[in-house]
Design a protein around this ligand. Sequence first.
Ligand code: A2P
Ligand code: 11C
Length: 332
Amino acid sequence: AAYNVAIAGATGAVGETFLQILEERNFPIAELKLLASKRSVGKELTFKGKTYKVEELTHDCFEGVDIALFSAGGGRSLEYAPSAVKAGAVVIDNSSAYRMDKDVPLVVPEVNPEDAFKHKGIIANPNCTTIIMLVALKPLYDYSKVKSVVVSSYQSTSGAGAQAMEELMNQTKAWAKGEDITVEKFAHQILFNVIPHVDSFTDNGYTKEEMKMFNETRKMLHDDEILVSATCVRVPTLSAHSESVTIETVDPISPEKARELFAKAPGLQLLDDPSNNKYPMPLFVAGGDDCFVGRIRTDISRPNSLAFWVVGDQLRKGAATNAVQIAELLIK
Ligand code: A2P
Ligand code: 11C
């Protein structure tokens, strides 16, 4: 069988990655519809060597669509996903709009594939930072319940969209030419800087991005006791998010055991040979679908604690690949 697929937000950073992933994984597509704002109507995008014209995202553009992949911002998801469902499509939504809705499954195929089948038309794709952490956390969690997680992220500019990534490149070029640096997408200059601020701040002092890691982890692990304290930081890299993670478990997990569990885990590659300078880094992880884990060690500040470092391409596994894997689950 082949399916009619629509991509809402096809011209964005995640949208373009959707096209690459669908092509690489040879997803069975009958008809493909590329949707974006009015500004992009007529723009041409290529898929499997064929040119497609971008159409406007509207309430009645979903007729005949089986699977609609949304990544055009939460506002657009809230407005148009119900129209897609009404037209008979299953929506896989990459925004944060529906993630905590109790009628909407939140799914990482390596973590909770069974939840995907409980959908009522919409399935949510978690936040990229949560996905990357959970791909590594799940094999440990299955071995011993995890009580708490302390995580700091090092998030690439493309996490904030194609234009945000361009801002880093433009600031770099401007600096090299001795010109003034323009700041638009981030609260501060990102070149030569790190910004401890991703998404907006909430009343408890954490940002929304940090609270997504708390809430989404609980929802996907079906565990309302696990505690997650995150500090999310934007760094001047282009692609792939890195995370320093420390967990406290009920039963102790030695670094050797953790390496064994990580090595067997789906979607995860072990790269942990620090004496030869081998550990995951965004420059080398970007462009692939697997997350990489390394720097595995016993945390010496608390009992039953383990520290590790995990890196994943947030546009691929953190967004497009995960969404396409969900679609693959549904059609299997
Ligand atoms: P457009 O390129 O026409 O603005 P990114 O996350 O990389 O910034 O991409 C956002 C995506 O969401 C783009 O494809 C963008 O289309 C799309 N988008 C933004 N606003 C709207 C809108 N009002 N209606 C439809 N698509 C939108
Ligand atoms: C970032 N994680 O890197 C964000 C982007 O909730 O889907 C994705 C935000 C979200 O800026």
